[in-house]
Structures are given as C-alpha cells and as structure tokens.
Ligand binder design. Structure first.
Ligand code: FAD
Length: 468
C-alpha cells in the first residue's frame, strides 16, 4: 500500500498528527502495536489517572468536608472494584473515540509493531508473526515513552510497581512509598492518600516538583501534608527496594548519608520516563538515538537526520506532555503539507492534577534570576478570594512575573482550585504578549477563581491588588 504519510504510534502525538495529515488531503496510515489507540495518555496516563483523581477526590470530600457543608453521610466506604471499573469505562470511551476519528478521516490503521525496512518502507509485524509492508513518502515516529527503570530497583509489577500498575490496584493499601516527587508520583500518591493510604514520598532533590517555580513545590508539600497526611523525605537518595511476602522495604540515604529504611504494602517507582525508540530499526536508515534518554534527535522542523522521517512527542526532546505531543503532531503534518507552522515552546503549560492543582507557564523566578532579567512579581492568595472561601479551597496563590520595564508577562505560576483550567488565560495573554496591566484591566466574572489572576496581575503592575 502506498501512502503519503505513515505514523508509527497512536498516542496524542501520533493520532492527532494523523488526523491533521488526513485533513490536509494526505493519504495516511497509523501503525499501533496495542489493540487500542491513544497511547500512554489515553490508556495508562492522563485519562485513567484523572479518572481516579476525580473519584478519590469525591471520596475525600465526602469523608472530610461534607459535614462542614451540612451534608451528613453514613457508612462511607470505598468500592475499589467499581472505582477501577469506572476508570476502565472512561478509558474505553476515549480510545473508542479515536477509532471513530480514524474512520471519519479515512485513516488506515494497522495493528502491529512498525519498523523501518528503509526510509520509505515500514514493516508491520503482527502478534501472530505475520508481516505486511507499507510504502510511504513520509514517516512520523510517535512511539512515546515508557517508565524509567533504575538498575537497583527491581520492579516486580506486583508490590514494586510503576504508574501503569498503580492505576489498577485491587485494594486500598494501608501504606505506600512513592519514589519520585514529580508530577506522576504526586498525582498517584494523592489518589491513594485520599482513599486513606498513608503515603510517604521519597525525593532525591531538595524539593518536590523541582522543575517548577520553587514557591509552588513548597506550598504543595505543605498542603498535601496538612490535608492528606502525606509525608515527604526530600534530599533522600533511594538505594534499593525488596519484597518479602506482602511487605516492600525501601532503603535510602538521607542528606547526611545515613541509611533510612521504610516499609510499605506497595512502592510506586515514578522517577521519570524514557523515550521508546527501541525496535524501530532506526539503524537501518542511519538514525542514532541519544545515549542518555534514548531520544531521537530532530532539527527545528522536527525532521530527523533522514529526509522525510519526522519524530514528535515523548520520543524527542522537550516536555513529556500530551499537549506538547499533539501540537507537534499538527506541526509536522503542516510541514509535510508545505505550510509554515509554529510552536511556541516557552508557552507550553505544565500542570499537576493534585488538589490544590498546580499550573505554570513561561519563566520561573529562578530562571529569570539566572538569566539576569529584571522582573516584578505580584502574588494573590486564594484565602482572599470570595469564590475560594465559598468552596473552602483557600490554599494556594497566583503569582505573575512581569518584565520590570515593559510590564510584559514573563511567567505565571499558580497553585489553587482549578488552576489546571485557569492557566489557559495566562497562556493566551502571553501568546499575545500582554502586559500585567492588560490582564489587570480585563473584566473577570465575579465570583470566580480567575479573579485571583487579575489581582496578581494588579499586584505585579504597581502593587495595586484590591482585595489584599
Ligand atoms: P505515547 O502516548 O506514549 O504513545 C506512543 C504509542 O506508540 C503507544 O501506543 C505505543 O504502543 C506505540 N508504539 C511504540 N512503539 C511502536 C512501534 N514500533 N510500532 C507500533 N506502535 C508503537 N501528560 C499530560 O499532558 N497531562 C497529563 O495529565 C498526563 N498525565 C500522565 C499520567 C501518567 C500516569 C503518565 C504515565 C503520563 C502522563 N502524561 C500526561 C504524559 C503523557 O501521557 C505523554 O506525554 C503522552 O502520552 C506522549 O504522547 P506520545 O504520542 O508521544 O506517545
């Protein structure tokens, strides 16, 4: 079969890129090794984790805040089987949606492992060992990533688990150790902490969510400890983990180099993800992956060293996020169609779906200081927001960073209720190079959480916040 584009991998990068190719009139095929489409994000990432975050948040609120709202419930308990079944149903609805979209856009989908015979021939190896050859003018590699394995941490997938298994536990553990205080570890850790598990997070760095603006990690750690009883061992280097019966023992060295030992029912290893560039036969077409991280090198048009072969999403450099992969899918489709698209990598928002949520876009204070940029900072706490008081979500703040002279917004960092949705306003403002004053002068509906962004922008302008 002859195609204009063959996409290998059907995650958010691959399926979105394929749809855009088809919209642009390119004859397109997708090769996916799994039975369902949607990749990590839809099957074992963004979507199932958010489904469990929502369920566990309902339980936590019912158990801890409903009485204050004047709602009394009796005999509250978690039905783990049903919670997981609902999550599976949410995943099924989403993955079925991709099957529908492929049909609607006349995209041919092949089930099997895709690999290069040469730069214009993709071999599809099916589960039964049979093969099929697709010839194509262009290839988009969108094979994503897999959980990073540490040589001294044997993941048995039963007690020492990755995020994938953590989305399918059959019981609420009494105790859990999460190795890694990044986004995935904190989201899954808070799912179980909300259901009643005593969760301890062990983090090598001095702070959790260490790549985000420092104020966010500090506030998140404080709130998760206060509201969910989560414990944090920062500055701890994990040295090993072992399983005996139903007990996991995790060992670590603290900042003084002293050995610490923790025991738990389960241990989630969430120390990052590694590009999945194996088995593609890249050597056959002259592509060498990076030594560290196994990422596929690409130029500014996301084209590899081989003309007509592109790579996008988690398998290349940059933030390992679904929306970054999607934007790159659209970008490459448009490049192949001869257009001149653009991605602003400075404006890819980062979100942590804990409660309170954490969201960020642009430069952090630490980055601005390191670059010697003179900036103004304005903050507004949710405890001064009428909307947040009404919903009892008064933890957190919004911080706006603006250029000292021009007032252009350089970064927005927030932790608080619905921050994941609120960050979109900051992204739009920054895409149009708004000043803090511009945002401060835009009318925001009252009472909404978004007023906190307006107030932080007012604070950054001339310290003019009204409600603090
Ligand atoms: P993937 O989604 O990994 O898809 C790659 C696909 O390629 C897979 O289906 C794989 O089977 C297939 N494949 C690989 N090799 C081959 C081959 N040789 N032949 C055929 N098929 C192949 N990101 C967010 O933005 N927001 C979130 O809330 C979020 N939550 C997450 C929660 C968890 C628990 C995890 C693990 C990740 C989360 N992510 C989130 C990250 C997000 O899932 C990834 O950034 C995103 O899926 C990357 O998309 P992709 O298209 O590059 O690759």
């Amino acid at each position: 079969m002859q195609y204009d584009v063959v996409v290998i991998g059907s995650g958010p990068g691959g399926y979105v890129g394929a749809i855009r190719c088809a919209q642009l009139g390119l004859k397109t095929a997708v090769v996916e090794k799994y039975k369902t489409y949607g990749g990590t994000c839809l099957n074992v990432g963004c979507i199932p984790s958010k489904a469990l975050l929502d369920s566990s948040e309902h339980f936590h609120n019912a158990a801890h805040t409903f009485t204050t709202h004047g709602i009394n419930l009796k005999d509250l308990k978690v039905d783990m089987k049903q919670m997981i079944a609902r999550k599976d149903d949410v995943v099924a609805q989403n993955t079925a949606g991709i099957t529908y979209l492929f049909k609607k856009n006349k995209i041919d989908a092949y089930e099997g492992v895709g690999s290069f015979e040469d730069k214009n021939t993709i071999l599809v190896t099916k589960a039964d060992g049979s093969t099929e050859k697709l010839t194509t003018k262009n290839v988009i590699i969108a094979t994503g990533s897999k959980p990073t394995a540490l040589p001294f941490l044997p993941v048995d997938k039963k007690r020492i688990i990755t995020s994938t298994e953590a989305l399918n536990l059959k019981e609420v553990p009494k105790t859990m150790v999460v190795i890694g205080g990044g986004v995935i570890g904190l989201e899954l850790g808070s799912v179980y902490a909300r259901l009643g598990t005593k969760v301890t997070v062990v983090e090598f760095a001095p702070a959790i969510i260490g790549t985000m603006d420092a104020g966010l990690g500090k506030e998140l750690q404080r709130v998760l400890k206060k509201s969910l009883g989560m414990e944090f061992l920062t500055n701890h280097k994990v040295t090993g983990a072992s399983v005996k019966g139903k007990v996991v023992t995790v060992t670590a060295d603290n900042a003084k180099g002293e050995a610490v030992s923790l025991q738990a029912d389960y241990c989630i290893v969430a120390v990052g993800r590694t590009a999945y560039s194996e088995g593609l036969g890249l050597d056959k077409i002259g592509i060498t992956v990076e030594e560290r991280g196994k990422k596929i090198p690409v130029n500014e048009h996301l084209e590899t060293a081989v003309k007509g072969v592109y790579a996008i999403g988690d398998v290349i450099t940059g933030a390992m996020l679904a929306h970054k992969a999607e934007d790159e899918g659209i970008y490459v489709a448009e490049v192949i169609a001869g257009q001149k698209p653009h991605i602003n990598y400075n404006l890819i928002p980062g979100v942590v779906y804990t409660w309170p949520e954490v969201a960020s876009v642009g430069q952090t204070e630490e980055q601005l200081k390191a670059a010697g940029v003179k900036y103004k900072a304005g903050s507004f706490p949710f405890k001064a927001s009428g909307r947040a008081k009404a919903s009892m979500d008064t933890d957190g703040f919004v911080k706006v960073l603006a250029d000292e002279k021009t007032d252009e917004i350089l970064g927005v960092h927030m932790i608080g209720p619905r921050a994941a949705d609120m960050i979109a306003e900051a992204v739009v403002a920054m895409e149009f190079r708004a000043s803090a004053e511009d945002v401060a002068r835009i009318c925001h509906a009252h009472p909404t959480y978004t007023e906190a962004l307006k107030e932080a922008a007012l604070a950054a302008t001339e310290n003019r916040a009204i409600h603090i």
